[in-house]
Design a protein around this ligand. Structure first.
Ligand SMILES: [Zn+2]
Length: 406
């Protein structure tokens, strides 16, 4: 029948021809295509890739293909097992259908392409597939593309934690900061949690590591010292300044608000200024916010001091040499202590054991916006992959989002 021949030609099911086509009307119309083998086409064993003479058995399978016009498209395929003299009974190898797959290769490829830009649920709705089918297809494709990870030239690392469920579950991400390539993501943020990464790196890989950027928690540092004793620990600006915001600016703001208890309007201004104080001034784009910040600082000596010292603290990461960085730290510390502000004195005391790792930035120049950027992107990926409770899939999505640019 000419119609079926052109369907077969358009369909491109290599080695198979169309026996009948049915269109079923309905809310979501369906096209059913019944395929049969083209006589005389060689049979190939999926095990060894060799041609075989005999069919062992046949079972009809229903397979989804890309939609034809507006219709969900089903294939009914007589799936053959060859009697392979080398492998025994094995599925016939087909160019358009993977072993045990329930969708054609081209449908799987389209699903995977859309999953790179849309949430799984939307992709599932678009194709009329179950979300679990979509997730499984995307996960398999990502794993095939990304595993095993190549760690051969890695000398510098950055590691950081992020929240899967705030306050409940955390994970650790390891990246190569120069290329922005995510190398590994694992559950939890403990010393034990990071261990599988170093196992993956292997002994030779561990010996190659020269420097690692991290936050100031002990877990990563302890494991790094055990596995890569030669590596230098580098504390990045992002984490130190975040701690300064929390331990100093927030504390002083609350203290000031308490001091102003009698002056209700002034108290309200100080209490509501958290956002203004923790942002970079350059990021305050509305002129009225700049004015509010200036007025707030002019009226509060302690806030002014800790605000100015925040900007000066950032200069420690911009020093040309280690000596210059050490001198900048000494000058900053003396100013902070001379202020007489108690949270500042505490911050100096707490930061002192980490100063070597801050000074080390003069050598390693790790771009801290990398860690900040990945944190923001993880939040987006979490929204897209949310609700599946499949960490392995979530972690693959993170790695796929940071493939690295050499
Ligand atoms: Zn075989």
């Amino acid at each position: 029948m000419p119609g079926e021949e052109s369907t077969a030609w358009l369909g491109g099911w290599e080695g198979y021809r169309v026996e009948t086509v049915e269109r079923r009307a309905g809310e979501r119309p369906e096209v059913w295509i019944y395929l049969g083998p083209v006589p005389g086409t060689p049979l190939v064993c999926d095990g060894c890739g060799e041609a075989c003479e005999r069919v062992h058995d046949v079972a009809r399978r229903v397979i989804r293909d890309l939609p034809i016009l507006d219709a969900v498209t089903w294939l009914s395929v007589p799936r053959r097992r060859v009697a392979c003299p080398r492998c025994g009974p094995r599925l016939e190898r087909l160019a358009w259908l993977d072993r045990h797959a329930r969708v054609t290769r081209r449908l799987a490829a389209s699903v995977v392409r859309l999953c790179a830009v849309l949430p799984v649920k939307q992709v599932a709705a678009f194709f009329g597939l179950h979300w679990e089918t979509v997730k499984t297809l995307d996960k398999a494709a990502l794993s095939q593309r990304l595993d095993p990870v190549d760690l051969n030239d890695v000398e510098v690392l950055a590691m950081d934690e992020f929240a899967i469920q705030r306050g409940h579950r955390y994970a650790t991400v390891v990246m190569e900061p120069r290329t922005r390539r995510v190398l590994w993501v694992g559950r939890d943020r403990s010393r034990e949690a990071i261990r599988p990464f170093f196992d993956l790196l292997g002994e030779a890989g561990c010996r190659r590591i020269k420097a690692v950027a991290m936050d100031m928690s002990a877990a990563y540092a302890n494991e790094l010292r055990a596995r890569c004793p030669q590596a230098e620990i580098v504390y990045d600006l992002f984490h130190v300044v975040a701690r300064y915001g929390h331990d100093v600016i927030d504390r002083v703001r609350v203290d000031e608000a308490n001091r102003l208890r009698a002056d209700r309007p002034a108290r309200k201004v100080v209490k509501s200024a958290r956002w203004l104080l923790l942002r970079n001034r350059a990021n305050l784009t509305r002129p009225q916010d700049q004015v509010r910040l200036d007025e707030l600082l002019a009226a509060n000596q302690a806030l002014m001091t800790v605000y100015v010292l925040k900007d000066e603290l950032k200069d420690l990461w911009r020093q040309p040499t280690r000596n210059a960085a050490a001198a900048a730290w000494a000058a900053w510390r003396d100013k902070a202590l001379a202020s007489g502000i108690a949270p500042l004195a505490r911050f100096v005391r707490n930061l002192t054991p980490y100063v070597d790792g801050i000074v080390a930035n003069a050598t390693w120049r790790l771009n801290t916006s990398v860690l900040e950027g990945i944190n923001n992107k993880i939040k987006v990926i979490k929204r897209m992959a949310y609700g599946f409770r499949d960490d392995a899939y979530f972690f693959l999505k993170i790695r796929a989002a940071f493939p690295g640019n050499p």
